[in-house]
Ligand binder design. Sequence first.
Ligand code: FAD
Ligand code: NAP
Length: 532
Amino acid sequence: MNARTGLDLVIVGAGFAGLYMLHRARRLGLAARVYEAGSGVGGTWYWNRYPGARCDVESLEYSYGFDEALQQEWQWRERYAAQPEILSYANHVADRFELRRDIQLDTRVSAATWDEAERCWRVSAGAGAPVAARFLVMATGCLSSANVPQIQGRESFAGKSYHTGQWPHEKVDFRGLRVGVIGTGSSAVQSIPVIAEEAAQLYVFQRTATYSAPAHNAPLDADFVAHIKSDYAGLRARNRRMPAGFGSNMPRDEGSALAVGAEDRARAYEACWQRGGLGYLRAFADLILDQRANDTAAEFVRGKIRATVRDPAVAQLLLPKQTIGCKRMCVDSGYYETFNRDNVHLVDISRSGIEEITPRGLKAAGREYELDRIVFATGFDAMTGALLRMKIRGRGGLTLKDKWTAGPRSYLGLGVAGFPNLFIITGPGSPSVLTNMIVSIEQQVEWIAGCLDFLRAQGRSRIEASGVAEDQWVAHVNAVAANTVYPTCNSWYLGANVPGKVRVFMPLVGFPPYAEKCNEVAARGYEGFALC
Ligand code: FAD
Ligand code: NAP
């Protein structure tokens, strides 16, 4: 405990990561405080209130597994829960574990400076004086820093505009209006079918066509839920052995897509398509490893788009060309079908982008589109954005921004050389966004809690990743990615969606070997970290 402030730990962010970190810190008897910029808990699910927002990992799996009573008592209503239900769940967790008294809402952390003499972090949160704490945990989220593109004339638009990740709390009424949606990633794919039902005219501005699998969302069947809950711990354990931390109960083929004939392959893809969701990419084991295998899965989806969209010219524009899965695959409820509506218009901006936003609408593809509302479904400055928005100064005054000029560097995604006693949850260099993120969050929070307990038991007050361990880890993350198809397209995994951002593949592919490595590091007395 820090003598001046009484704080062992400052946690930044009150999403699923921050909430669980606080709970585990309390269980260790540590004094912790959470600072959260928003006016409520829930993180992603507090901010992303756009129409159609829901999870793309099934609700029964996209939830905490650390507490048996919690997972038994919470009743998910749908296969893929909608945003309000997930937000209620986050609030339920905050109440059930009495977390709120240590959470300060409406408080943005702007800076944190390591004080080597006192061995503590001095954290500037809100308008108050800096607070000292021995440890600092960044639970700031990978997809929490909105990417609002700097399009000329943006401020001049006379109508209202929204970013999906900063959606208003009151219902946005699109009835009778001309609406433009910029983007065709997951947020757009979820919101477009819902907005289309309300708007008079909907214009979708597409830079890159997207692959999306049907969700086949539906109310959860009581017998299925009872079956899962009869061995919930077993499902969670099996999921932790899956490459992406979910889907152990999905049918999957461990072989190659190229080892079977065209008819068997089509049958396997069709079965996954009918089951719905992200499991489509599980149809064969080598879809993200082998480009030729991947091409077969991509072509199957293109066939589905051609069969769904009635106007052949529109269907042609909707056909994605990039490697399937190298941008996160979307999961939808009626996305492609929406382009059969008379009030929905697809605008191809792949050549020249959006030229300008004007008071009356926007100019693209050589004409001005008159609009009453613009929805920016343009994604996030992912993985590093929220961290680099703060001024984090480590040992010797080194800023994290300077340290990461050539791209993020970390050891295990958890620690950064030069930044003692700083932990990042789902940081670059860890599996995070390539997994069911709640599984990754639980694994990392538990590792950090174990580490804090170990340090206390050993009478140590300082831990820092070594430069050598960090270099080796960065090389490992790159080597693993190079054996996959992930680096082959301009995705946010690479930072390619934000102009000027360094292109480095940020997450680590594969959850089980990562978790095993973290356990080994801990078992060897936090190998690769310097303790004192
Ligand atoms: P977040 O939920 O992002 O929380 C971080 C919090 O930190 C935010 O509330 C933010 O306000 C706060 N914060 C950031 N910087 C500061 C600061 N400087 N000071 C104070 N507070 C700060 N993942 C899945 O695995 N499955 C899904 O189905 C899924 N669906 C998603 C749907 C959407 C629309 C989006 C955007 C993401 C989705 N994700 C999904 C990823 C999702 O972000 C994670 O699953 C998870 O919710 C992340 O939790 P977190 O606590 O790490 O971060
Ligand atoms: P995204 O995947 O990054 O998609 C952003 C879209 O906006 C892309 O189509 C992009 O085009 C386009 N875009 C960006 N800048 C543009 C510009 N200047 N001009 C024109 N178009 C532009 O963002 P997202 O849809 O918010 O999703 C981000 C991640 O959050 C997802 O990958 C997923 O991990 C998570 N998420 C999950 C769900 C879910 O289903 N549960 C829902 C939403 C989000 P380009 O492709 O050409 O860059």
